[in-house]
Design a binder for this molecule. Structure first.
Ligand code: NOJ
Length: 545
């Protein structure tokens, strides 16, 4: 029987991109000591679970998503002693740790691949996917980055497969030794007490064993939540295979024996049916998957209402939806709002008050701006691959190429380099305005940072916000979204005005104002909502103390 109160259903996740969070040694790159020095501030914000993008040994060609040793810390970030201390200090502050686990592929500098590549008879040959092919790729599979996934190796005269970039060869999960080895990696970290894993491109784990050609599709551009039809191909045989759905259950079963009750959150993409298959028909697959609808939101009440209703229908409890506004691969949402903090507050209130797990990307809490680095000068390997596409064109087409732009260093204060580093930052810092930094917002009652803090606090305080059911409410105001969260003890009601005009809503019910922003008010008979404002009301009796 599923436990609806499992901790991971109730948590909120904060993503740290170690390269850009806090540098402690002046080399211009963030590191573990730096993160340690900021833990109190993270806790102060209200963060519950921290997800770290990879800090394992890596050549860094894809900034850690190309791993060369899964159980060692890359020296640019620190040592294993720093890591142990980091975990300890996080747990001491009653927060949890989620590590990024790139199971699909390694770096081509990983000793396993170096061995695998050395000869056709090497015992590690079958750790990766090798196929014959004379002057022609073994089949038509296109990788997620839009080119053939097959890479020719002139030494052994065979092709290896990579569903992302060519320096990231895919592991062969049809080889039981690969599974065993990766399970041992999970065990290594679980024994250190990690509370979960974020699984990188988990939808790519298995490939068709017959290596059949993918069928044609009319679609060219992928979207964050749909990679399975793109580049004129329906990726029937290299993404979202039934074996990957079953593997999700195997991994869940494997980790569930650990006493910390760890969880898995998968980066998968595809239709809701596909997402559900990863979660398991008995809710026994991945605990959570990222849901990326908010990445390409339309800023209107209907979009958000439809999303809530769809999630309640398709992912009813005990399925737990997730609400993701951004990550290290996507344009920052504040940019899509033209920097409008009022609108940002609305989105965040939606994200935190909905039934599900909110996922916050570092810097979102201060409205950290996007960079404007051209594709040509990008450090990101995706930018390097598309160097000659002008930034304005990729922006116009709505495709995100240079991910450096969403990875700019955190702005802590208005000192040199925003308090991120004493050295030369690995990515430009940009113009620093005090009111766009943590220290400039922490003590300002109307700041975005304070708003996030209140959201975290409300979720912590109210069981009903974390685990209550959700119903949308009709208001006959087309720009106002309203929904209610309920459990046996309480009811919480949320009103959000997405319009450019103020709205007045007759309100005769009992209700206590828990939080209001953007100038909204509750009078005896009415709710008053200025443009882009919102409020949260308590409709029930007691709260969790
Ligand atoms: C998805 C990660 O989020 C992205 O940053 C990375 O480049 C690819 N997977 C390859 O690991």
């Amino acid at each position: 029987m599923e436990n609806k109160m499992e901790w991971w259903r109730q948590t909120s996740i904060y993503q740290i991109y170690p390269w850009s969070f806090q540098d402690s040694n002046g080399d211009g790159i963030g590191d573990l000591q730096g993160i340690l020095s900021r833990l109190d501030e993270i806790k102060d914000l209200g963060v519950e679970t921290i997800w770290f993008s990879p800090f394992y040994v890596s050549p860094g060609e894809d900034f850690g998503y190309d791993i060369a040793d899964y159980t060692k810390i890359d020296p640019r970030f620190g040592t294993m002693a720093d890591c142990d201390r980091l975990f300890k200090e996080i747990h001491k502050r009653k927060m949890r740790v989620v590590l990024d686990m790139v199971m699909n592929h390694t770096s081509d500098k990983h000793p396993w691949f170096i061995e695998s590549k050395s000869s056709k008879t090497n015992p590690k040959r079958d750790f990766y996917i090798w196929r014959k092919g004379t002057n022609k790729a073994p089949n038509n599979w296109i990788s997620m980055v839009g080119k053939s996934g097959w890479n020719y190796d002139s030494q052994t005269k065979e092709y290896y497969y990579s569903n992302f970039l060519s320096f990231q060869p895919d592991l062969n999960y049809r080889n039981p030794k690969v599974k065993q080895t990766m399970f041992a990696v999970l065990d290594f970290w679980l024994k250190k007490g990690v509370d979960g894993f974020r699984l990188d491109i988990f939808n790519s784990i298995f490939k068709d064993e017959r290596f059949l050609d993918n069928p044609f599709s009319f679609r060219f551009f992928p979207t964050p939540d749909n990679h399975d039809e793109a580049f004129f191909q329906k990726k029937q045989y290299n993404l979202n295979l039934p074996e990957s759905f079953s593997f999700a259950k195997e991994v869940r079963k494997h980790i569930s024996k650990y006493k910390q009750k760890p969880f898995l959150i998968g980066e998968v993409s595809g239709s809701d049916l596909v997402l559900k298959s990863f979660l398991g028909e008995k809710v026994d697959g991945l605990n959570l998957v990222f849901q990326f609808e908010l990445i390409h939101f339309s800023y209107n009440a209907k979009f958000f209402k439809d999303l809530l209703e769809k999630n309640e229908k398709v992912f009813p409890s005990p399925y737990t939806p997730t609400y993701v506004l951004g990550n290290h691969d996507q344009r920052r949402y504040i940019d899509r709002l033209g920097g409008d903090i009022r609108k940002a507050k609305l989105l965040v209130c939606f994200q935190f008050m909905a039934r599900g797990v909110p996922v916050v990307y570092y810097g979102e809490e201060i409205g950290r701006k996007e960079g404007r680095i051209s594709n040509f000068f990008g450090k990101d390997p995706i930018a390097k691959l598309n160097r000659f596409v002008p930034l304005f064109l990729s922006n116009l087409l709505g495709i995100y190429i240079n991910r450096d732009n969403c990875r700019l260093p955190m702005l802590w204060d208005d000192s040199n380099n925003g308090g991120f580093t004493n050295g030369k930052s690995w990515l430009p810092i940009g113009v620093i305005q005090k009111e766009e930094t943590v220290s400039g917002q922490k003590n300002e009652p109307d700041s975005l940072w304070k708003h996030y803090q209140t959201m975290f606090l409300l979720r912590k305080k109210w069981d009903v916000i974390r685990v209550g059911s959700l119903q949308t409410i009709s208001t006959d105001k087309k720009n106002v979204l309203s929904f209610q969260r309920s459990d046996k003890k309480n009811k919480i009601r949320v009103y959000l005005n997405f319009g450019n005009n103020p709205e007045q809503i007759g309100f005769k019910e009992k209700g206590k104002l828990l939080y209001s922003f953007g100038g909204s008010e509750k009078t005896e008979n009415e709710l008053f909502l200025p443009p882009h404002s919102g409020l949260v009301l308590e409709m029930g009796l007691s709260s969790k103390q």
